[in-house]
Design a binder for this molecule. Sequence first.
Ligand SMILES: [Mg+2]
Ligand SMILES: [Zn+2]
Length: 249
Amino acid sequence: MVTEGHAILAVGGRPPSGRIARCLLASAPVPPLLLAVDFDGTITARDTLQVIVEEFGARGVWDELEPRLQAGEITIEEAMRQQFAAVTATTDEALAAVRREAPIRPGFERFVSWADRAGHRLTILSAGFRTVIDAVFADAGITGLEIRSNDIAFSREGARLVWADRGEICEHCGRRCKRHDLALRHAPDQHVVYVGDGISDRCASAQADTVFARASLAEHLEREGRQHIPFEDFHDVVSYLERLQPRAA
Ligand SMILES: [Mg+2]
Ligand SMILES: [Zn+2]
């Protein structure tokens, strides 16, 4: 599980264990990883939903919802529905704010090409909006990524959310969560790397062998006593993962 990834990094600590670690010791190519990456606040420096709500939403809505969300009193879906019903912007206006306020985190383009060259499967699992995600990637010249997300229809009368089908209610968290999306992509015995920052990453990241976490996800994992690797940008992530594959082409 998560400890496998950490054992590899723990140079001078206890010996590496697990399939990936054995490959490292043998200097053999590592089997393709499943790299599951959150979008908002993970790939982008700021959460694009928060940017849009701050700029176009009703004042104070988020301040009222956020503590109730953190306390588990309302679901993310309900909080999002309420926030975005009050967002009165066109698609162009919303995307302009995102472009200004939520740039891609450094190293992400490098991470995408590294994963491509090494033959790893990269999948973006987002609780956010496809319209926004596509625009951010198009600006960065990034194409062809596998993306799983919700979507949004912006309008001056208030935005309407379009939910993705996330299967049955998750037995672990009681929501339709990213765990379902992750399980659909997970080949048997494949080593899963999860990269995330928020509440919507909690459940799925528990399924991963190696977790990179920042912000509230990192705090959550800290409280739960679960191992994770802190990161600031995707150069950090690539540098760590390259150590899993010493003979990468
Ligand atoms: Mg996020
Ligand atoms: Zn779940």
